[in-house]
Ligand binder design. Structure first.
Ligand code: MN
Ligand code: MN
Length: 461
């Protein structure tokens, strides 16, 4: 039952393909450090591949035909991309879905304060993080500021070589006797995660001169007022680029593999499909997974259902019943990362049901915690179909669960899509140090996930 390491089987050509895919992925990761930036990249790839915004068709009288490519941009934070298949939508859609939000540290709406000649940005972290991992490291700020006149400005600092970076301080070891006695989870608290933004007072200013200097920089360089932060979304993320990891360059270290590695693999797979697919294919990149898939851009929003209704309408056959049938007859890979087996923390895993870096794309029949609670637990019949699809396409794959029973757990968007009555299973790439500022994946698993998602989208059952 042990699955072999994928690297053992690659020809010279395949090794070159693995490297090519990895290089493209690193560029995607570097350009997409927030959900908005990932949507922008997805739109760029979509337009390069002849994919049109669905709204652009809604105004005209053009019918949607097999082979047509359309996308729906949901508020710039989630996106659905479709290639219309030969079979009617009612026959179901082959869906691959991933999330493009990652754990990070968000600035609060009233963030700036001065203390002891520093000016700080107050924050509230986003998603599940080990807080101690986010101090004493370079952070970049990425986001947008929406102004009262309706304009939305990009705000990115800390990625260019010439840019400054920001960050959160930690206590020196010399004085950490008390801190070191605390539980790991209490050693740095949520309110301790305040970002140093500056340390130089504005000359001639008496009241909070360091904060005044920061506000002057915001005004002069970015034409922003302090009050504009009320309608801003600024995310602090690890500064710097994704890079090869290991002397053999077999892995990639970078911020946000969870879940941009599956997001990229989906996009790559969708646009490498040959000819017109039998079934309509959908690549879905969603926001807010890390905080429960909430909000208008999270999976619990109805955008998939709405998009399916619009497509049926453009095909001249909309009805509520057909929307329901199209969704019920769909099949989905909920593409999200899995916990890679870590020999240094072996006791957290059950080895024969763990995901190993390099052993290919991972299928998780269930996730959840404490007796599979909150999990989707896919049907055996669906897993059976997938075994055939994967083996026929010579995909290297493995199965896994998220760690030892009763140690913890996690969820994905799978159970939400399953509400439509469709078959859904979790599938993704194994990650080391998941949710840490820098996560690690194997290039082989990225490559195999592209192959897997392509084979799934091209399949008919
Ligand atoms: Mn995830
Ligand atoms: Mn996650």
């Amino acid at each position: 039952m042990e699955r072999p390491n994928a690297w053992k089987f690659y020809s010279e050509e395949e090794l070159a393909e693995v490297e090519k895919t990895s290089a493209e992925y690193k560029t995607f990761l570097n350009r997409g450090k927030t959900e908005r930036e990932c949507v922008r990249e997805a739109v760029r790839m979509a337009e390069e591949n002849g994919c049109l915004p669905l709204e652009s068709l809604m105004s005209g009288n053009k019918a949607l035909c097999p082979g047509d490519r359309v996308y729906v941009n949901q508020m710039g934070k989630a996106i659905l991309l479709f290639i219309i298949g030969k079979q009617p939508l009612e026959a179901g859609i082959n869906i691959v879905g991933a999330h493009i939000d990652s754990p990070r540290i968000d600035l609060k709406q009233n963030p700036f304060y001065e203390d002891s000649d520093f000016v700080y940005g107050d924050t509230h972290y986003y998603g599940g993080i080990k807080k101690y991992q986010w101090v004493a490291r370079e952070l970049a700020l990425h986001g947008v500021v929406a102004l009262k006149d309706g304009t939305v400005k990009d705000f990115v600092v800390g990625e260019e070589e010439s840019d400054p970076v920001v960050g959160i301080s930690d206590l020196l070891i010399h004085l950490s006797q008390e801190q070191m006695e605390k539980k790991l989870k209490d050693s740095i608290t949520g309110e301790d995660l305040d970002i140093i933004l500056g340390g130089k007072p504005l000359q001639g200013e008496e009241k909070e001169p360091v904060k005044a200097a920061l506000l002057q920089i915001l005004k002069e360089r970015y034409e922003l007022e302090e009050e504009d932060m009320i309608s801003a979304e600024i995310e602090a993320v690890p500064a710097g680029k994704a890079r090869d990891f290991g002397l053999d360059r077999s892995m990639i270290i970078g911020y946000g593999h969870d879940d941009r590695v599956c997001s990229f693999a989906e996009l790559k797979a969708l646009f490498s499909l040959e000819g017109v697919p039998e079934k309509t294919c959908c690549c879905m990149l969603v926001d807010k997974e890390e905080i429960g898939s909430v909000g208008a851009t999270g999976m619990r929003s109805n955008f998939l259902e709405n998009a399916v209704a619009e497509i049926l309408n453009l095909q001249g056959c909309y009805s509520e019943l057909l929307v329901r049938r199209a969704l019920r007859n769909s099949r989905m890979l909920s593409c999200d990362v899995s916990a890679g087996f870590d020999p240094l923390f072996a006791s957290a895993f059950e080895k024969k049901n763990a995901a190993f870096l390099g052993r290919g794309v991972c299928f998780n029949k269930f996730t959840g915690s404490r007796g599979k609670s909150g999990s989707n637990d896919a049907n055996a019949e669906f897993m059976g179909e997938l075994r055939k699809i994967m083996d026929d396409a010579e995909v290297r794959w493995q199965t896994a669960e998220l760690g030892r029973v009763d140690l913890g757990g996690g969820g994905t968007i799978a159970y939400i899509c399953a509400l439509y009555g469709m078959n859904v299973i979790d599938s993704g790439v194994a990650v080391l140090s998941m949710h840490a500022p820098m996560e690690i994946i194997s290039k082989a698993d990225l490559y195999e996930s592209v192959k897997a998602y392509r084979a799934f989208m091209a399949s008919t059952c």
